[in-house]
Design a protein around this ligand. Structure first.
Ligand code: 3HC
Ligand code: NAI
Length: 693
C-alpha cells in the first residue's frame, strides 16, 4: 500500500490499482483530496504493471462535491482541472466506484473516469444550482454527452439526486454492483475491461447526443417556458441552461470556456453567496450551544395531539407519515369526525395524484386513533396541544395533562402567541413543557419553531429538535416573546404595509414590490388567501381599519371572490376599484394627505424594520444566531432563498445603510423605526450579523 497523502492511499489488486480517498465527513474535494487524487493517478499511471485504476471512497459517500467552505478563498493545491485532465487523459482505464452520493464536483470527477460503477443505493447529481451555481468542472459539457439534452437540463436545473438504477438506465452508470460489495465489484469490472481490451471511453469525445439537439432552439425555449415560474428570480437556472446550449452548439473546449465564464459570474454574485450561506445555515440551525449532541433524549413511541382542527390534523399527519402512532383528542364527536375526515381526504387526494398508494392511506389511517377522552393520552411520550388560542383553555388542558400523562413525557403547545412559561405554571413539571410552533398547513410547511420555555429541560429540547428532523421539518430553537421569531418580525412588515396604503400606495403596489423582491406573494394577496375574517368578529367590528371595513362589506378574501382584490372563477386577482375607493375615503377621513410613494420606499419600509427587529431578537437571546432567523423566514414565510433571509440581506445591503435609513424614517415617522442597539453597535464596530459568534 502506498500512502499518497493523509487522505489518499493506493493499493494493488493484481493488475488493478485502487485509489482510496478518506476525507470525512463527505470526501469533499478539498485541496488535500485534489492532491491525493493527482498523486494517486500519477503513481498508478506511471507504474507499468498497473493495467486499470479504480477510484473509490471510504466513509458514507463518494465525493460529494467541491469543498464549499473553500469557495472565495485563495486557491491551494492541485486544481480540479489538472486532476480531471490527468484522469481523463490517463492511458489506462479509470473506473469510478460510487456509493452514497456522487455530487457536483464529485460527479464531475466521475465523468472524467472512463467507466462508472455504483451500488444500487447510490445517487448521482449536479446540485450546484441549489448553491446558486452551475457545475463548473465540465459537468454541463459532459453530462449531456451521456444522458442527452433533456435529461441534462432537468438534472442541472433541479439539482436532484438521481438513483443509481435510473443512472444505469440513462447510461450515466455503466454497471450496478452488489450492495456492500463495491470494491470487489469495481475491481472485477476493471479486470473485465482490461481482459476485453475495451477502449477508453472519454465522455468529452462523445458527440451524438448533443449533435442530435443542434439547430433545435425550440428544446430550450420550451424548457424555459415550462419552468419559468419555478426559476423566477434565480440567476443560476438560466446560466445552467446556457451551458447546456453551449454543449450543443460549441466544440467541447469552447463549451468549457463558456461554462467557466458563467460559473465565475455566478460565483462572484450575491445570489450564490446567499445560497451557500443558507446551505450552512440549514445545518447550523440544529446546533444548540448549551444542549450538546450527546444530551440524553426521550424515546418517542406514541404521540398524542389535542384538537383536530386546522393545525391538529396537519400535525398528526406529520407523525403518521413518519410511522408514529397518533391519538387525537377532541371535545365533541362531530368535531372529531370532521377532523379525521379531513385527514383521510388529504391522504386520498395525495393518492389521487399518485404520490401514495391506497394501501399507504389505509396504513396511515390505521395508525390514527380518535378519542374524546384525554385519559387516552396517558401512555404517550409526546403530546402536542392544538386547541383554541385561549390562555384559559390551554391552562385547563395542561392542568389535566399534568395529572393524566405519564412522567417523562414531553408536553408541547402549538400556541402561536401565548406565553408558554405561563402555560407551564399550571403543571408540576414545567421542565416538560415546550412550544412546537408549526406553520399552516402543518403537514406541508417545513418550518417548526421549537419554543424554549424558561424551564424546558435539555432532554426535552434535544428530543424536540431530533423529532423535528425525523418528521422532515427544519427546526429553529427560539425563545418566549410575543410572536416568537417569525411572527414577531412579520408584525413589522404588516404594520408598515397597512400604513403605506393609507399614506399613498395601493395594496397592489405593495404586493408588486414584495413579489418582485422574490416573495411568492405580497401581504395583501396573502391576507386574501388566508381569509380576511380570520380573528374578525362582526359584533366587535367598528370600521376602524380597512380590513374591518372589508369584512363588514362581506369582502372576506379569495374564499368568497373578493377581498383586497376581486377574483374571477379561476381565482385570478385584479385590483379592486371598490377597495381603492374605500382606502381613499378612509385616508381622507383620517386627515391623511396621500402622496406618491416610490417602490424603493415601499421595500425599505417593509424590510428594514424586519432586519431591525431581528437585531433586537438576537440581542435578547430569543434566537441563537442570525442565520437561524433567516432559516425561519425562508422556510416559514417564503423569503427568497437567493436573498439569504432578512439578516443576510441586511449584511448584503450594508448595516450602515440600513441604520441610516432607519434613523431617517425615525426622524420622519417616529419611534417604530428606532434602531436596535445591536444594529448601532455592529455599525460602530464595522461588523455584520454574520460576524457575530
Ligand atoms: N463542502 C463542504 N462541506 C460539506 C459539503 C461540501 N460540498 N457537503 C457537506 N458538507 C459538510 C456539511 O456542512 C456538514 O458539516 P457539519 O457536520 O459541520 O455540519 C457535513 O459535511 C455533513 O453534511 P450533512 O449534514 O449534509 O450530511 P448528510 O449525510 O445529511 O448529507 C450530502 C450528505 C448529501 C452529501 C449533503 O451534505 C450535501 O448535499 N452536500 C452538498 C453537495 C453539493 O452541493 N455539492 C456540490 C458542491 S459545489 C461544486 O461541486 C462545484 C463544482 O461544480 C466545481
Ligand atoms: P381550530 O379552531 O381549527 O382547531 C382547534 C380545535 O381544537 C377545534 O377542533 C376544537 O374543537 C378543538 N378543541 C378546543 N378545545 C379543546 C379541548 N379542550 N380538547 C380537545 N379539543 C379541543 O384552530 P387551529 O387553527 O387549528 O389552531 C390551534 C392552535 O394552533 C392555536 O393555538 C393557534 O394559535 C395555533 N396555530 C394556528 C395556526 C394557523 O395558521 N391556524 C398556525 C400556528 C399555530
Amino acid at each position: 500500500m502506498t500512502q499518497i497523502n493523509d487522505v489518499a492511499t493506493l493499493t494493488a489488486e493484481g493488475e488493478v490499482a485502487v485509489l482510496t480517498l478518506n476525507s470525512p465527513p463527505v470526501n469533499a474535494l478539498s485541496a488535500g483530496v485534489r492532491d491525493g487524487l493527482a498523486g494517486g493517478v500519477k503513481a498508478a499511471t506511471e507504474n507499468k504493471a498497473v493495467k486499470a485504476l479504480v477510484l473509490i471512497c471510504e466513509g458514507k459517500t463518494f465525493i460529494a462535491g467541491a469543498d464549499i467552505s473553500e469557495f472565495g478563498k485563495p486557491p491551494k493545491g492541485a486544481s480540479l482541472f489538472e486532476v480531471q485532465n490527468a484522469i481523463e487523459g490517463a492511458s489506462i482505464p479509470v473506473v469510478a466506484a460510487i456509493h452514497g452520493t456522487a455530487l457536483g464536483g464529485g460527479l464531475e470527477v466521475a465523468l472524467c473516469c472512463h467507466y462508472r460503477v455504483a451500488v444500487p443505493s447510490a445517487k448521482c447529481g449536479l446540485p450546484e444550482v441549489k448553491l446558486g451555481l452551475l457545475p463548473g468542472a465540465g459537468g454541463t459539457q459532459r453530462l449531456p454527452r451521456i444522458v442527452g439534452v433533456e435529461k441534462a437540463l432537468t438534472m442541472v436545473t433541479s439539482g436532484e439526486h438521481v438513483a443509481a438504477k435510473q443512472c444505469a438506465e440513462m447510461g450515466l452508470v455503466d454497471a450496478l454492483v452488489d450492495e456492500g460489495k463495491l470494491r470487489e465489484g469495481a475491481i472485477a469490472f476493471a479486470k473485465k475491461i482490461v481482459a476485453e481490451k475495451r477502449p477508453l471511453k472519454r465522455v468529452r469525445d462523445l458527440n451524438d447526443k448533443v449533435e442530435a439537439a443542434r439547430g433545435k432552439p425550440e428544446i430550450f425555449a420550451a424548457f424555459r417556458k415550462a419552468n419559468a415560474k419555478k426559476f423566477r428570480g434565480y440567476d443560476a437556472p438560466e446560466a445552467n441552461i446556457k451551458c447546456i446550449e453551449a454543449a450543443v452548439n460549441e466544440p467541447f473546449d469552447d463549451g468549457l470556456k463558456t461554462e467557466r465564464k458563467l460559473f465565475m459570474g455566478l460565483m462572484t454574485g450575491t445570489q450564490s453567496a446567499a445560497q451557500r450561506y443558507v446551505f450552512f445555515a440549514e445545518r447550523a440551525v440544529w446546533k444548540v450551544p448549551d444542549v450538546p449532541d450527546d444530551t440524553q433524549t426521550i424515546p418517542i413511541k406514541k404521540v398524542g395531539v389535542i384538537g383536530a382542527g386546522t393545525m391538529g390534523g396537519g400535525i398528526s399527519m406529520n407523525f403518521l407519515n413518519a410511522g408514529y402512532p397518533v391519538t387525537i383528542v377532541e371535545t365533541k364527536q362531530e368535531a372529531l369526525d370532521r377532523g379525521l375526515g379531513v385527514i383521510r381526504r388529504n391522504y386520498e387526494n395525495t393518492a389521487k395524484r399518485g404520490r401514495l398508494t391506497m394501501a399507504d392511506v389505509d396504513k396511515r389511517m390505521g395508525m390514527l386513533t380518535g378519542t374524546l377522552s384525554l385519559e387516552d393520552l396517558a401512555d404517550c411520550d409526546l403530546v402536542i396541544e392544538a386547541v383554541f388560542e385561549n390562555m384559559n383553555i390551554k391552562k385547563d388542558v395542561f392542568g389535566k395533562l399534568d395529572r393524566i400523562v405519564k412522567q417523562g413525557a414531553i408536553l408541547a403547545t402549538n400556541t402561536s402567541a401565548l406565553n408558554i412559561n405561563e402555560i407551564a405554571t399550571v403543571t408540576k413539571r414545567s421542565e416538560a413543557v415546550i412550544g412546537w410552533h408549526f406553520f399552516s398547513p402543518a403537514n406541508v410547511m417545513r418550518l417548526l419553531e421549537v419554543v424554549r420555555g424558561e424551564k424546558s429541560s435539555k432532554p426535552v429540547i434535544a428530543t424536540s429538535m431530533q423529532m423535528a428532523r425525523k418528521i422532515g421539518k427544519i427546526a429553529a430553537l427560539v425563545g418566549v416573546c410575543p410572536g416568537f421569531v417569525g411572527n414577531r418580525i412579520l408584525a413589522q412588515r404588516q404594520r408598515e404595509a397597512q400604513k403605506l396604503i393609507l399614506e399613498g400606495a395601493m395594496p397592489w403596489d405593495v404586493d408588486r414590490v414584495l413579489y418582485n423582491f422574490g416573495f411568492p406573494m405580497g401581504p395583501f394577496a396573502m391576507s386574501d388567501l388566508a381569509g380576511l375574517d380570520i380573528g374578525w368578529s362582526k359584533e366587535k367590528s367598528s370600521s376602524s381599519t380597512i380590513r374591518e371595513i372589508l369584512c363588514e362589506m362581506d369582502r372576506r378574501g379569495q374564499k368568497n371572490g373578493k377581498g383586497f382584490y376581486d377574483y374571477d372563477e379561476a381565482r385570478n386577482a385584479t385590483p379592486s376599484p371598490v377597495v381603492e375607493k374605500i382606502i381613499l375615503d378612509f385616508a381622507a377621513k383620517k386627515g391623511i394627505n396621500r402622496r406618491t410613494i416610490s417602490d424603493d420606499e415601499i421595500l425599505e419600509r417593509c424590510i428594514y424594520p424586519m432586519i431591525n427587529e431581528g437585531a433586537k431578537i438576537l440581542d435578547e437571546g430569543m434566537a441563537t444566531r442570525a442565520s437561524d432567523i433567516d432559516i425561519v423566514w425562508i422556510n416559514g414565510y417564503g423569503w427568497p432563498v437567493y436573498r439569504g433571509g432578512p439578516m443576510f440581506y441586511g449584511d448584503t445591503i450594508g448595516l450602515d445603510k440600513v441604520l441610516a435609513k432607519m434613523k431617517s424614517f425615525e426622524g420622519q415617522m417616529g419611534a417604530e423605526f428606532k434602531p436596535a442597539k445591536l444594529l448601532e453597535k455592529l455599525v460602530a464596530e464595522g461588523k455584520r450579523f454574520q460576524d457575530l459568534k
